[in-house]
Design a protein around this ligand. Structure first.
Ligand code: ADP
Ligand code: ZN
Ligand code: ZN
Length: 669
């Protein structure tokens, strides 16, 4: 048998995780050594014994055989939190076609020490209120789910489960009961919540239940602060990590449970390299730890629901709202009809009546508009040209009636007095954003106290929390906002939700736009009537007959799933098929076009018939920040074939001249 060699990292928390050293694996150790194993090796000129992690195994020697040292032995406690993360990194490398170095950098926090200021802040808030609150008695539906979970868990069954629970069905209480069960066995839990829903309110619910055993990680923490949170977990000072996507890589050594709340959220997909999906990665991590994975959503992703249908996930349903609340009644308003009746306002007559009614009764209203700024774009009434960002391929958005802002690169100019193209003075704003809605609402409902929440009003630190808590305390009657306001917030006094332009997201150039629209509408409607007082959701649309609008209005996930899945099958889109999206970007447009065509041709030549190629096409926004972007799509039911193609492309890419001027990114779905 050929000699076997291991690539070993000595200092895992070092910034340069690419500093790997090759060692020979002695025959007697072969059966014990795999990716992630902790080993003892002679290191440096003095051959001092050091501990390292195996990150690769091969039968190819990188150096002259006589210069390669031998592994001394396997460490007695060879399975640690880190060794498991190394194993996860290996899986990510294989699954997403990145290098081991990129994968390690994703899963292992870099050592950088700073004062852990933020956590202390959080802490003082907690000490006042954390006197642990007894759990709410579960309703029969919740209790049944927890019971099945416990019974499966105790028998060692580890099939991932999906909790499909309507908005307000009390999923959080269910999660906390599950965590209790796992903690009682001395194991730890990770709870992933999308950043946008990771609010003070949510975190407080966990604090009140588990006190100082929880740790929170959000994107506003610095790298050093994140590292400190991870260190607390490593030292066993915490049992529950709550956070956005990257909290998945908390180095717990006996992880028992991973929860992904709002599993359908797009934010669970990483934008960096590797473009990993937290749901898939959590599933793998759970297997490595023999832990349980729990997904929860009121609007499950097609990926998760189809896996439940196929028997790969266990499905639990919570069909009713917890406590005394019932689901909001939904009404669809046809905006074409409004127009015919002479109502040109952004508020339909029905919505106006309902808002006035809430104002009279002292109840609250949320108005949702999926676009910020004042006007969507400004264009010239003489020549028809819209004012575009000089660096990006998009029109600029009007803010405060005085500035034009590019939402892609942030470039800002004062609103020009005349048309940059023809000099005409007739420039006008078209399309409506949250700022304009606020102004129109102030005119329409002069007695109302109004708050607005979008990227512009929350960019200051704490802006987000300040608006939410003012609204929660009843300091405003109407909250206007972008999708920021629809995610997971619980305001008992809101009895009306108005979705002003339900169609905005239906036109996005993306096969997922129907799914996203459905999710947004159901989640937005889910904000109304969360306590005793019943709620109404009004969906304003130009396409009342569209299946996404219809099924969302009826809160009929089953029917939505059936229709949407039919569309995905017809078009061979995920999850019916796998897709590899290759994004190539660069300043040199000619070179970009040339290289993209080369990639197309070589794949077409070498994998003829094995894959369906679409493109290359310009990205939805072709130029951002003076960088051009092109995309090539490949569809194939067999994931492994896509990986083979990706490896083939990357191997050749590394040898081209162009690779120094262009970047290439892979996105699997
Ligand atoms: P979801 O996450 O499913 O949208 P939440 O967990 O936020 O729902 O619960 C919605 C509301 O119902 C919360 O105010 C919560 O305190 C309340 N609630 C949850 N479970 C119960 C229960 N068993 N009895 C009474 N109220 C409950
Ligand atoms: Zn003009
Ligand atoms: Zn721009």
């Amino acid at each position: 048998m050929a000699l076997q060699y291991a690539s070993i990292i000595i200092d895992i928390s070092h910034e340069n995780v690419d500093r790997v050293f090759q060692y020979r694996i002695p025959g007697n150790l072969l059966p014990e050594i795999r990716i992630g194993t902790r080993v003892c090796v002679p290191f440096g000129s003095g051959n001092r014994q050091r501990t390292g992690y195996v990150v690769g195994i091969t039968d190819q020697a990188d150096y002259e055989e006589s210069k390669i040292k031998e592994i001394t032995g396997v460490e007695p406690d060879s399975v640690t939190a880190d060794s498991r993360l190394v194993e996860l990194a290996w899986w990510m490398k294989e699954r997403y076609g990145c290098t081991m170095n990129q994968a390690l950098k994703t899963v292992l926090p870099v050592k950088r020490r700073v004062k852990a200021r933020n956590q202390e802040v959080v802490r003082s808030l907690v000490d006042e209120k954390a006197a642990s609150r007894p759990p709410v008695p579960l309703n029969p539906g919740q209790a049944a789910v927890v019971e099945m979970f416990r019974s499966d868990y105790d028998r060692g069954l580890r099939m991932p489960c999906l909790i499909y629970g309507v908005t307000g069905s009390g999923k959080t209480e269910v999660y906390m009961a599950m965590i209790d069960h796992v903690l009682a066995e001395g194991r730890q839990a990770i709870v992933l919540i999308p950043e946008i829903a990771l609010t003070y309110q949510t975190v407080m619910r966990f604090y009140q239940r588990f006190g100082s055993r929880i740790c929170v990680m959000h994107s506003r923490l610095s790298a050093g602060e994140k590292y400190d949170q991870f260190e607390r977990a490593r030292r066993g000072e915490t049992d529950i990590m709550i956070g956005a996507r990257s909290a998945l890589f908390t180095p717990f050594d006996n992880l028992g449970l991973i929860i992904l709340d709002e599993e359908h959220e797009g934010a669970y997909k990483s934008e960096g390299t590797p473009r990993y999906h937290a749901r898939e990665t959590a599933e793998k991590l759970a297997r490595i730890h023999d832990a349980q994975l729990v997904l929860g959503s009121a609007t499950p992703s097609l990926e998760a629901y189809s896996r439940a249908q196929a028997g790969l996930y266990r499905l639990y349903c919570l069909k009713e709202r917890a406590g005394n609340a019932s689901l909001a009644r939904t009404e669809v308003v046809d905006l074409r009809q409004e127009m015919r009746q002479g109502n040109k306002s952004v508020f339909s007559l029905r919505l106006q009546d309902l808002v006035r009614d809430r104002l009279a009764r002292g109840e609250q209203t949320m108005l949702f508009m999926n676009r910020r700024g004042y006007a969507n774009f400004v264009s010239c009434r003489s020549c028809g040209e819209a004012v575009k960002c000089p660096h990006c391929d998009v029109s600029m958005t009007l803010h405060n009636k005085s500035r034009l802002v590019c939402h892609y690169c942030g470039y800002t100019i004062p609103l020009p007095k005349t048309c940059p193209a023809c000099g005409s003075a007739y420039l006008a704003g078209f399309g409506t954003g949250t700022q304009k809605i606020e102004e129109l609402a102030r005119d329409m409902f002069p007695e109302a106290r109004i708050l607005r929440m979008d990227l512009d009003t929350t960019s200051r630190k704490g802006g987000h929390e300040a608006i939410l808590s003012a609204f929660a305390k009843g300091e405003a009657d109407i909250l206007i906002g972008t999708q920021m306001i629809v995610k997971g917030h619980d305001f008992p006094r809101v009895t009306l939700v108005g979705i002003l332009a339900a169609d905005t997201s239906l036109y996005a150039p993306d096969y997922r736009c129907g799914e996203r629209t459905f999710q947004l509408l159901v989640q937005a409607a889910g904000r109304a009537g969360r306590s005793e007082r019943p709620g109404i959701a009004v969906i304003q649309t130009y396409m009342p007959e569209h299946y996404c609008i219809q099924t969302a209005a009826r809160q009929d996930y089953g029917e939505f799933y059936r229709q949407e899945m039919g569309f995905r099958k017809l078009m061979a889109y995920p999850p019916d098929c796998h897709m590899l999206e290759i994004l190539m970007t660069g300043k040199d447009e000619g070179l970009l076009t040339h290289m993209m065509d080369q990639v197309y041709e070589s794949v077409n030549r070498n994998f003829r018939g094995a894959v369906q190629l679409i493109g290359p096409v310009p990205a939805a926004v072709y130029k951002v920040n003076d960088i051009y972007r092109k995309i090539l799509y490949m569809k194939q039911r067999n994931y492994d074939i896509l990986i083979r193609i990706q490896t083939y492309i990357q191997d050749r890419w590394d040898e081209t001249e162009a690779c120094r001027k262009l970047t290439i990114q892979y996105d699997f779905s």
